[in-house]
Design a protein around this ligand. Sequence first.
Ligand SMILES: C[S@@+](CC[C@H](N)C(=O)[O-])C[C@H]1O[C@@H](n2cnc3c(N)ncnc32)[C@H](O)[C@@H]1O
Length: 206
Amino acid sequence: MNIDPFIQNAAKPVGSDGEAILRRMNQSHADLAAWGFSHVHPLPGADTLDVGCGGGMNLVTLLRLCPAGTATGIDYSATSVRVSEQTNATAIAEGRCRILQADVSHLPFPDDSFDLVTAFETLYFWPVPVESLAEVKRVLRPGGSILICHEADGSRPGDELWPQKIPGMRVYSAEQLRELLTQAGYTGIATHTGPRQGWVVATAQA
Ligand SMILES: C[S@@+](CC[C@H](N)C(=O)[O-])C[C@H]1O[C@@H](n2cnc3c(N)ncnc32)[C@H](O)[C@@H]1O
């Protein structure tokens, strides 16, 4: 299979193609994100973190769900950081939102910093998922929650082709997400499959 360079931007957006794909994902992931967010109920004053924040639309939702809280985004792509900053410019100016360039495997935050961490459409690309989930757990407050949400769980025709289209990408079933979270030390793990084929959510507590 020929590798389409445009599609590689899903894993790490770069430049103008990366910016285009991020703006597209801000729209095309809306239904998936709404379904994912229906599985968590953060308090209004919660401090939240979105890892692999992409174009920044999930930060917009976190700021709306937690009007007295804060929303932080991290992404290892400079292009994602820039687009997320544009998407959340008002909240950043108000001091309620910040976006940092960082890899999920080394988060630039002290222990016990957040009440909720969300990860939409990103864990597929993490080369060391258990270690990275443990790193997320480190920055969660005790009892804080993680939400993982993917549109591909391997059950859709063609899902098996993703690792060929995007080298390094891995698609996880609900049971495999549960196993990763267990290995990373989380408790209270729950998984749900979606109203559309392939959609999967996993939630757990630190
Ligand atoms: C498919 S996009 C999803 C963006 C957004 N979460 C959404 O749902 O629209 C994946 C994002 O995860 C980021 N990402 C992938 N691996 C990462 C890692 N190890 N650390 C930080 N960000 C990562 C990519 O740069 C990209 O912005």
